[in-house]
Design a protein around this ligand. Structure first.
Ligand SMILES: NC(=O)c1ccc[n+]([C@@H]2O[C@H](COP(=O)([O-])OP(=O)(O)OC[C@H]3O[C@@H](n4cnc5c(N)ncnc54)[C@H](O)[C@@H]3O)[C@@H](O)[C@H]2O)c1
Ligand SMILES: [Zn+2]
Length: 359
């Protein structure tokens, strides 16, 4: 079976790539599975295939909303695990997107001081990005991903079949993170590949290859800096204002598209500060505008976006550490203060250049 090994201080693990759950089953059967945590929508769409995997084990169903990945969500899942006799020899199996993953990663880390977990990502975003790297974030009050841990999965099973039921809107969201990784990985050929793959539509036959390339780029970074002490911080490119936008719009925009928008905004600021050429900014903007379009329902204010950024984990009293793209594959972390200049740049972007502005 096609696979990619991820090296981790917590134990190396494999990402298996298959077309469908049936093919993944033979590998999966090597692991002793006990408790399944499944996104309800995924179960409903793929029940027959999943029942063969679950084989009568207990299932906890997830409603994948941001309210689920909170301390209350962790408490509810932990209580269910306790009620179902989960102990240190139990193994959790998460089947869903990033929300299911974040909830299960956190819970598996704290339940009995840590029990193993396996993951079947079911969204493009989780397949191409979040499934590797061990990181998770759960929300605290109205702020995203404020609590988190690093807990590697024991294995990841990427089955393309799941994408058949995923709405286009969420497929586009996955492309937002693919674009981020391709820009981080950095050569123009990568971007051209992405653009030409997208010519045949969002569900291009090359999608599996695009996912693998994204994971290989991320692997190159996380294997050198698993715990985000330095290098890995570049993976937050587009995320500071992307998270702000998610919050301001009450999650009307999915994560990956918020990141695409956040990259466009930060690139705009980078041009103003002579950190990026206008030509590159426009080239990347073309990809976002034409291939990953989105329209915000209402306008957002610079005050709200800055307020959101103040709650970012990369913020301290003197400002926020923003990730700037200098060129393809070359990123720079710079401390920026919340001053009039930043306010004006964001205002100008929102008024005159907002790539997702409503018409
Ligand atoms: N831990 C990380 O490294 C990391 C990285 C990126 C994003 N995230 C987090 O992941 C979350 C977003 O995750 P996501 O975009 O993968 O999706 P999601 O888990 O938010 O799911 C999106 C929607 O799609 C549905 N769905 C999932 N799979 C489906 C399928 N195969 N068919 C039909 N419907 C399906 C869900 O029920 C939900 O309605 C955010 O909370 C984000 O902060 C975490
Ligand atoms: Zn992200």
């Amino acid at each position: 079976m096609d696979q990619l090994e991820i090296k981790s201080a917590q134990g190396n693990y494999q990402v298996y790539f298959t077309d469908n759950v049936r093919d993944a089953k033979s590998q999966f059967d090597r692991y002793e599975a006990t408790h399944f945590i499944i996104d309800r929508k995924v179960y409903e769409a793929h029940q027959q295939a999943l029942d063969s995997l679950i084989n009568g084990s207990s299932i906890y169903f997830i409603e994948a909303t941001e309210e689920t990945k909170t301390l209350a969500g962790v408490a509810e899942l932990s209580t269910w695990l306790q009620g179902n006799g989960a102990n240190r020899s139990s193994r959790l199996v998460a089947i869903g997107g990033g929300i299911t993953q974040d909830l299960v990663t956190f819970t598996s880390h704290v339940y009995y001081r840590g029990i193993p977990w396996l993951f079947f990502p079911t969204t493009l975003l989780s397949m191409c990005d979040s499934s590797i790297g061990a990181k998770c974030g759960i929300n605290l009050n109205e702020f995203k991903n404020q609590l988190g841990v690093f807990q590697s999965p024991h294995a990841v099973f990427t089955c393309m079949q799941f994408l058949e039921s995923l709405p286009d809107f969420h497929i586009s969201s996955g492309y937002g993170e693919i674009l981020k990784l391709y820009l981080t990985g950095g050569d123009w050929d990568l971007l051209e590949n992405l653009q030409s793959a997208l010519q045949s539509g969002l569900r291009t036959p090359n999608l599996r290859e695009l996912i693998k390339t994204s994971l290989k780029i991320k692997k190159g970074i996380i294997e050198r800096d698993e715990y985000e002490s330095d290098l890995r911080r570049v993976l937050n490119y587009g995320h500071t204002f992307g998270h702000s936008l998610e919050k301001v719009t009450n999650h009307e925009i999915p994560h990956g598209l918020a990141v695409a928008w956040g990259m466009d905004l930060i690139n705009f600021i980078a041009v103003k500060r002579n950190l990026l050429s206008e030509r590159r900014f426009l080239e990347i903007r073309e990809v976002i505008k034409n291939k990953l379009p989105f329209q915000l329902r209402s306008s957002v204010s610079p005050e709200d976006l800055i307020e959101g950024a103040r709650k970012d984990k990369k913020t301290d009293k003197t400002g926020v550490n923003l990730i700037f793209l200098n060129d393809l594959g070359s990123l720079e972390i710079k401390k920026v203060s919340f001053d009039e200049r930043l306010f004006q740049e964001i205002s100008d972007y929102l008024k005159n250049h907002n790539v997702y502005a409503g018409r």
